[in-house]
Write a protein that binds this ligand. Structure first.
Ligand code: KG4
Ligand code: ZN
Length: 361
């Protein structure tokens, strides 16, 4: 049996999964740390790495039990090695290296951004997707908002990225400004359900690279709408109102408007990229793709252009280890024998950094 064990610990989810050579997910275990970070309003790196340390082995054991396989049936080990919080990455990567070394198994050091990008292939027929290339790729997560031109699952070229916040990060901050609890993105979506998305209009930023994103203007507009225009600047700024002054219906209107503004920018960049690159398919991934409004817009957009939309189930959009194992399975199928155990964990993605254009494997 061909079983890839995947491990993911880049931020605040400790996860293990087992994916077979046909991209069928036999186990997917995720231990979230929402409760540990809620009182701080965001992820505390120290707390995250300690929790990973406590949970990593129980989570791997739970994945083996869920898949009904023993450790001796695992044929390779994959881990999300970059990007992420370095203390968190070290826990998962050292556990994966130790397992691979002790059982003399191939080791795959997977880029988390690439794993998000191809998570839509899990549970699908890989051969049937052979005609998907050239494709466009979009990752919208808490750490990244990037557009790629894709020639194959191991050849992606970065063609656009956020110049400030990622969409997920901006949604989290917007939720915080509105007085909504952590985790911000899902709570913003919940609150937006009851609001009027036309209540506040956001313009789309014009940037030197028309495929780049910028969310800071949206955040500032929302902040001023909630708290009023500040008197003074920087640390000395004072506001006349606070989120406590919002009525529930105004809060919902602002949440819905912000969500619409952020999604409109994503769709706008996709449209420009499709005009430039004439893709056959669009791969999307990242935590924000679990947002139902964004999913609906992506479906309508791709249907209208007859572009094949390859979108993961919501549970494979947010951080998980099945996508890590899945990308390693794709690499293996293309003849990649794996990485050296000395491959270091790194805080930055090799796929989504640097000066454009950038071609990376
Ligand atoms: O991919 P992910 O789990 O972690 C990173 O790699 O960053 O993405 C997490 C991000 C967070 O910012 C979270 O608020 C956002 O995805 N998110 C959502 C939703 N679910 C998660 N944003 C909007 N609507 C959602 N339903
Ligand atoms: Zn992620």
């Amino acid at each position: 049996m061909n079983c890839m064990l995947g491990i993911e610990s880049s931020c605040d989810e400790t996860a293990a999964a087992i994916v077979d050579g046909d991209l069928f997910v036999r186990a997917n275990v995720v231990a979230s740390q929402y409760d540990l970070h809620a009182e701080y309003g965001g992820v505390v790196p120290e707390i995250a790495s300690r929790a990973h340390l406590e949970r990593i082995l129980p989570v791997v054991r739970a994945a083996l039990i869920e898949a009904g396989v023993g450790i001796e049936q695992i044929s390779a080990v994959a881990v999300g090695i970059r990007p992420g919080l370095i203390g968190s990455l070290l826990v998962g990567s050292n556990a994966a290296k130790a397992l691979a070394w002790s059982r003399d198994l191939p080791f795959y050091a997977v880029d988390h951004v690439a794993a998000h990008l191809f998570a839509g292939l899990l549970h699908t027929d890989m051969q049937a997707r052979a005609g998907a290339f050239p494709a466009l790729g979009l990752v919208v997560s808490g750490g990244h908002t990037s557009l790629f031109r894709i020639a194959s699952p191991v050849a992606c070229e970065l063609i656009g990225r956020t110049i400030d916040d990622a969409v997920g990060e901006a949604m989290d901050k917007a939720a915080n400004m509105l007085g909504l609890p952590h985790p911000g993105g899902p709570n913003l979506e919940r609150c937006a359900q009851f609001g009027d998305a036309g209540a506040l209009r956001f313009t789309r930023p014009q940037l030197p690279n028309p495929l780049d994103f910028s969310l800071s203007g949206l955040k500032t507009k929302l902040l001023y709408e909630i708290r009023g225009v500040p008197q003074g600047r920087g640390a000395h700024a004072t506001f006349t109102r606070s989120a406590h002054d919002l009525t529930d219906s105004r809060r919902a209107d602002l949440a819905a408007s912000f969500q619409r503004g952020a999604i409109a920018q994503v769709i706008d960049r996709l449209t420009r990229a499709a005009e430039l690159h004439a893709p056959r398919a669009l791969f999307v991934g990242g935590g924000v793709v679990s947002n139902m409004t964004l999913r609906r817009e992506l479906s309508a957009w791709s249907l209208e252009r007859e572009i094949d939309l390859i979108v993961p189930e919501p549970r494979f959009c947010v951080d998980n280890a099945a996508m890590i194992a899945g990308h390693a399975v794709l690499r293996r199928a293309l003849g990649d024998m794996g990485d050296d155990l000395s491959t270091p964990a790194e805080p930055v993605s090799r796929l989504a950094r640097g000066v454009l254009p950038k071609r990376v494997q």
